[in-house]
Design a protein around this ligand. Structure first.
Ligand code: MRU
Length: 345
């Protein structure tokens, strides 16, 4: 929550989502009044970022119950159908499935009365929203201590207020460091192909007055070589039980650069991003997105028609390259498998 904008807002009968596809040029809210419109918003990247899609899906389920209630239909079936639709939107960020499962568990204990079910599920979704902001603030406080008193850090993609219910994970750490008096400058990877860095992270940081410099992804290595990067901080879409981290495509390259240049590589992620069921990152499903994201930039074709395209949206950074994972419960240090096990004990 930078205070300057809202990623999402619950209105009791609708979920408002800041349309991230048209930022930074246009600030417009998309109004979702049924679960399918929330699913569509997640699929088409109106809302994106692991925690933000989890919280949005929770409100999508509340809307499913509300729609059934208003039409005089039994709410449980509508809830289950919406859960299936929302779970099919994006495969990599585990927060989506975590939020749906949590709402499912709450729903199982509720009465058949739709008004009562609606109000209890609404409370649960609002709690999920508030817990996410609180987790980000806590991560910020823990992670700020890791950053230098004065120096430049690199971030990749957008793990800010836009990617969460507010404040951000990686950007939350940076925000807290700046708020504590540290003089941090941020190098922002543009993050091809969807340009989350250029369009979203640069926008967020500038709104907060945090000094930043935008670079193309190809420029990061030369900055490391010149000794200009003191640390990298990124978010995560899924963390496996051994500490392997799935995040935006290109994150693995940043981690390799950090290791080659003896610079710490930090991951900021709430506990809801940890998937204890997956022993390693090898089985994390990696979303492949439309080739047009690679062949086109902002709607303009840049590559020959018909060219073969590979467009994975995420990659997996092995645990051995991760210097620490910052969670709301504290900072996990290697060996990460042990630290993660301890966290859940
Ligand atoms: O495809 P996106 O924009 O949803 O990918 C987002 C990321 O990879 C973020 O770094 C991640 O979700 C962490 S957000 C706090």
């Amino acid at each position: 929550m930078s205070g300057a904008f809202r990623t999402m807002a619950w209105q009791g009968d609708a979920l408002l989502l800041l349309d991230q596809r048209v930022l930074p040029g246009v600030e417009s809210m998309r109004r979702c009044t049924d679960p399918s419109s929330v699913a569509d918003a997640i699929r088409t990247m109106v809302v994106r970022g692991a925690p933000a899609i989890g919280v949005s899906a929770a409100f999508g389920l509340v809307l499913a119950v509300r729609c059934a209630w208003k039409k005089g239909r039994p709410w449980r079936r509508a809830f289950d159908e919406a859960a299936t639709e929302l779970a099919g939107t994006r495969p990599t960020a585990v927060n989506l499935f975590w939020a749906i499962d949590r709402m499912r568990r709450e729903a199982a204990a509720l009465p058949d009365d739709p008004a009562a079910a609606f109000s209890r599920l609404e409370e649960s979704a609002v709690a999920l929203f508030e817990e996410d902001v609180a987790a980000n603030r806590a991560m910020g406080a823990h992670g700020a201590k890791l950053l230098p008193a004065h120096g430049s850090v690199l971030t990749h993609c957008n793990a800010g207020a836009l990617a969460t219910a507010g404040y951000g994970t990686a950007l939350g750490v940076i925000r807290s460091a700046v708020a504590s008096g540290k003089r941090i400058h941020v190098y922002v990877d543009e993050t091809r192909p969807f340009l989350q860095g250029a369009r979203l992270t640069a926008w967020e940081l500038m709104k907060d007055g945090i000094p930043c410099t935008l670079i193309t992804d190809t420029m990061a290595a030369s900055l490391f070589a010149a000794g200009k990067i003191a640390a990298a901080v990124v978010g995560a879409d899924r963390v496996a039980a051994n500490g392997d981290v799935a995040n935006k495509i290109g994150t693995y390259g940043v981690a390799v650069l950090c290791r080659a240049h003896k610079v710490p590589f930090y991951v900021a992620a709430p506990v809801s991003t940890i998937d204890r069921k997956l022993p390693t990152g090898k089985r994390i499903p990696i979303e492949e997105r439309d080739p047009s994201e690679v062949t086109h930039v902002m709607g303009k074709r840049m590559a020959p028609d018909g060219v073969h395209v590979y467009n994975p949206a995420f990659d997996v950074t092995p645990a051995r390259l991760v210097s620490a994972i910052v969670t709301e419960k504290g900072v996990l240090k290697p060996p990460l498998a042990n630290a993660l096990q301890k966290l859940f004990r």
